[in-house]
Design a protein around this ligand. Structure first.
Ligand SMILES: O=c1[nH]c(=O)c2nc[nH]c2[nH]1
Ligand SMILES: [Zn+2]
Length: 455
């Protein structure tokens, strides 16, 4: 896809490495016709003034106003698209009950393609307005509706990785909502992969297919085996839930005599392009394995409170340099905002910091350790997620996609209050991470295309 190139002049915040905030004051971001960052010029650059005049003369200069800042677009590493109508309700029961009572009946409705198209259009509009420029989606078992989600993302300009869900075990999945058998689950996944690949066949596709066994308890061995073979054949991304709750963890260990991570690896489903949602109860050996394979974890701090009563051992995972990003986990999580995700990750990490528990016996749930910082939380929601997905987005670098948000701290209804000279730029960044809301997101670009607001 090509678009008009443009140059943006303004101050940007990003965290190119974990925990390191870089403030790019009054920089120029030159975006090419492919929507990539072709050049970044600091005020001292010899061409800086000429670049501004040339862009202005060509009508291609976008200038940020007072109180406006550029941020990288947000990466949602775990979200269930069909659960959008359920977001904000039905959180009164444990995971295994929630699936049967509320979620499977809702997801079954996506056999109706018109229903799917209507919900998905509304979802993608809302996520873009919340600043989510990249999303890793679970869809449903239905091939056509899952392809419709990919089509919707392509049409609306959201970078997306979409999975047709596989759940074929008749012992665990209801007759009204499951794959007919392992063979059709695998052949439907192949058909889905080929359909999504043909939607956007270029070198840098905006939408990509993902192999998606829901979680081990919902899949037969034959389905897991077949999906592992597809992962090898197509080299595409894989996503699943891993060690989320006591129930899910114990189910897998009773069935295979080993953990989720080890079992997934045995089926060829643990690769550099695998994202494991939750992973609350992984142990040191699992972490070594996940790290060795280069797979990533989608940390979902809000839904963990509801379904796991536990906290992902984030600090330990970060210390081991595992790939980690943030997921909203709609609708196990009730907020579509990854700014809320940052806040929830910060709260979760502070809940279990070691000092609070000093003198208490070793913890059995969650993980003590240094709490994360707001810079680390923002990194998780941007560059961390992008690195986990192996995609060139999440920070401002030459060659990266121009996936970005214009944050207006002076928007009406803003909860960000900047106090003139009392607040440094680092303070402003912290205030954005802790208080930004949809009202502050004035423009959203994905691959250089303005998909919310206008430039
Ligand atoms: O949070 C969750 N949401 C789901 O839809 C799901 N399915 C299996 N395990 C799950 N966990
Ligand atoms: Zn989930």
């Amino acid at each position: 896809m090509t678009a008009d190139p443009f140059t943006l002049l303004g101050t940007a915040f990003h965290t190119p490495e974990r925990g390191r905030l870089e403030v790019l004051e009054e920089h120029l971001f030159c975006v090419d016709a492919q929507g990539r960052i072709a050049e970044i010029q600091a005020p001292g650059h010899p061409e800086y003034t000429a670049t501004i005049s040339d862009a202005r003369r060509a009508g291609r200069l976008v200038e940020l106003g007072e109180g406006q800042f550029l941020l990288p677009g947000l990466v949602d590493l775990h979200i269930h698209a069909p659960q959008w109508p359920q977001m904000g309700k039905a959180l009164d029961v444990p995971l295994e009950v929630w699936l049967r009572k509320y979620t499977f009946p809702l997801e079954a409705r996506y056999a109706d393609l018109d229903y799917a198209r209507a919900v998905y259009a509304d979802l993608v509009d809302n996520l873009l307005a919340n600043g989510t420029t990249t999303a890793l989606y679970f869809a449903t078992v239905h091939v056509e509706a899952s392809v419709a989600l990919a089509e919707t993302c392509l049409e609306k300009g959201q970078r997306a990785l979409v999975g047709k869900v596989v759940m074929d075990d008749p012992e665990q999945c209801p007759p009204f909502y499951r794959d007919a058998d392992a063979a059709s689950a695998v052949s439907d996944t192949r058909r889905f992969i080929e359909a999504v690949m043909s939607l956007d066949p270029g070198e840098r596709p905006l939408v990509q297919p993902v192999i998606t066994p829901r979680f081990i308890p919902s899949c037969t061995d034959a389905a897991l085996q077949g999906l592992g073979e597809l992962a090898e054949e197509f080299g595409c991304h894989v996503q699943t839930h891993c060690s989320e709750s006591d129930w899910a963890k114990q189910f897998v260990e009773a069935r295979f005599g080993q953990t989720d991570a080890a079992s997934l690896d045995g089926f060829g489903l643990l690769t550099r392009h695998t994202i494991l949602a939750h992973s609350n109860f992984i142990d040191g050996q699992d972490m070594d394995l996940i790290k060795e394979k280069g797979a990533g974890v989608a940390h979902c701090p809000l839904s963990n409170v509801y379904f796991a009563n536990a906290v992902f051992p984030l600090r330990e995972a970060l210390d081991r340099h595992m790939h980690v990003g943030l997921g909203t986990d709609i609708s196990g999580g009730y907020s579509p905002s990854l700014f809320d995700g940052c806040r929830n990750a910060l709260s979760a990490s502070r809940t279990l910091q070691s000092g609070v528990h000093a003198g208490l016996p070793a913890k059995e749930r969650g993980a003590p350790g240094e709490p994360i910082t707001h810079q680390e939380a923002f990194w998780l929601a941007t560059a961390g997620g992008a690195e986990a997905l192996d995609l060139p987005t999440g920070s401002f670098r030459v060659g990266h996609e121009f996936d970005a948000l214009l944050i207006d701290t002076k928007a009406s209804a803003s909860n960000i209050h900047v106090n003139g000279a009392d607040d440094t730029l680092d303070d402003v960044f912290q205030k954005i991470v802790l208080n930004a809301a949809r009202a502050n997101i004035a423009t959203v670009w994905v691959g250089g295309r303005a998909v919310v607001g206008c430039s």
